[in-house]
Ligand binder design. Structure first.
Ligand SMILES: NC(=O)c1ccc[n+]([C@@H]2O[C@H](COP(=O)([O-])OP(=O)(O)OC[C@H]3O[C@@H](n4cnc5c(N)ncnc54)[C@H](OP(=O)(O)O)[C@@H]3O)[C@@H](O)[C@H]2O)c1
Length: 389
């Protein structure tokens, strides 16, 4: 794809009403000469969409939930066209007038529209890690065919992306993702069964959506990120690791064969990796606080305790296994995470449910998208059955 540099990049934002979507809007509003909104896609939050549409004046608003679209009928600023449904989101992602797609829907629901953007050869800012966890091989193969530029938005992967620039892939010894350890890093494990959704969502360093915040508390998020990194950077599982770094200042590191380790540092604010995905060179201003290392004083590190965070033990087998395991890992987690947020499941039962599903599913290669959805549905049904006892 060639972009006409005289006009702003036309953005389609999937998951516009969420945490990443709103931070993307913030970066766009800081650079109106460089970015314009072609389409904003939300699911149910019509109030937030109305607010964003008034600020960004997109050509299209799409709500994947039809009731939410009905609530917006007649309310959007003049000239903005309204559509509903996932098929509309898929079509707009591949539309000739979309230059770049910010993929920030949550969960595997984000896969069809993001994959449509990839197949159409768009530049894709990838926040939705579940795309690569569930269909990594298919997704990256399609990007190779179409020439789509897939740039990570996850802060850890954006960090690794920056540490890899100009370096030989064969020289990589280790890709290291940092993890804050979430709100329960130092809490007595014996008390974890009493954790409430509110406690789990209150992340010490990052302000994120509810699902990923709970994933951070279980460290399922880091586990998913290891799978994401495997596909995104084409890295063998034995060269992938994670380390706890409570300050969330270093986001990712790459160790090379000569013993050199490159790290990327920034204050924990998603507008930095979002802006990097939107435009790598020259760097965009973001408004995030400047990093003052003297003020930070110390940067601390500790090994991941797999007893406290069993998701990080489970992912080792998932990384070594076939794709059906990664699909089941993600699907079971999405079900269990939602059940916990709805107060139907204890915090400690989230990963236990995922483990039980993993013990029962087939470890087989996955070649088509239909297979992805069939493994996904099977694992979800199994998770629900396990949670219902
Ligand atoms: N937040 C972060 O700091 C962060 C960092 C790295 C990666 N990520 C990744 O970015 C993605 C988005 O995370 P987030 O924190 O921004 O989530 P979020 O705040 O919960 O927002 C999720 C977005 O997805 C939409 N959505 C929810 N269910 C949907 C469905 N079934 N179909 C279509 N759209 C749906 C929501 O729409 P409505 O709100 O309108 O219902 C909302 O726009 C996730 O994959 C996450 O892992 C997030």
């Amino acid at each position: 794809m060639t972009t006409d540099l005289r006009r702003p990049t036309r953005m389609t934002v999937l998951g516009a009403t969420g945490s990443i979507g709103c931070s993307t809007a913030d970066v766009m509003l800081k650079h109106p000469d460089k970015f314009s909104a072609f389409a904003l896609v939300g699911h149910q939050n019509s109030d937030k969409m109305l607010e964003l549409a008034s600020l960004l004046k997109p050509q299209w608003v799409i709500m994947t939930d039809s009731d939410a679209a009905k609530r917006l009928t007649g309310k959007l600023p003049a000239g903005i066209r309204l559509e509903s449904g996932m098929n509309a989101a898929i079509a707009i992602s591949a539309d000739a007038e979309t230059d770049m797609v910010m993929a920030a829907m949550v969960g595997s629901a984000g896969l069809p529209a993001t994959l449509a953007a990839v197949k159409a050869g768009k530049r894709v800012g990838l926040a939705n890690k579940e795309c690569l966890v569930t269909a990594g091989q298919i997704f990256m193969a399609e990007a190779k065919v179409s020439g789509a530029d897939v740039v990570p938005v996850d802060s850890e992967h954006a960090a690794v992306h920056q540490c890899l620039v100009g370096h030989d892939h064969a020289s990589i010894k280790q890709v290291i993702l940092t993890a804050s350890g979430g709100p329960f890093r130092d809490r007595d494990p014996a008390t974890l069964h009493t954790v409430t959704p509110e406690e789990a969502i209150a992340h010490p360093n990052w302000d994120m959506g509810a699902k990923i915040s709970v994933d951070s508390a279980t460290m399922m998020n880091k586990a998913l990120e290891l799978i994401e990194a495997r596909w995104l950077f084409d890295i063998a599982p034995d060269k992938l690791s994670a380390i706890i770094h409570p300050e969330s200042i270093i986001h990712g590191m790459v160790e090379y064969q000569d013993g050199s380790v490159l790290a990327q540092l920034a204050m924990p604010d998603m507008r930095m990796p979002i802006a990097y995905a939107m435009q790598i060179q020259p760097r965009l201003t973001t408004g995030i606080p400047w990093l003052d290392l003297a003020k930070a004083g110390q940067l601390n590190f500790q090994a991941v305790d797999q007893q406290r965070f069993p998701a990080m033990r489970l992912v080792q087998d998932v990384l070594k296994g076939n794709d059906s395991l990664a699909i089941a890992f993600n699907a079971a987690n999405e079900e269990a995470n939602a059940a916990f947020r709805n107060r139907q499941l204890g915090f400690m039962d989230i990963v236990t449910t995922v483990e039980k599903v993993l013990q029962q599913v087939d470890n087989v290669p996955v070649e088509t998208l239909d297979d992805v959805w069939s493994h996904d549905a099977h694992a979800r049904a199994m998770a629900v059955e396990i949670m219902n006892g």
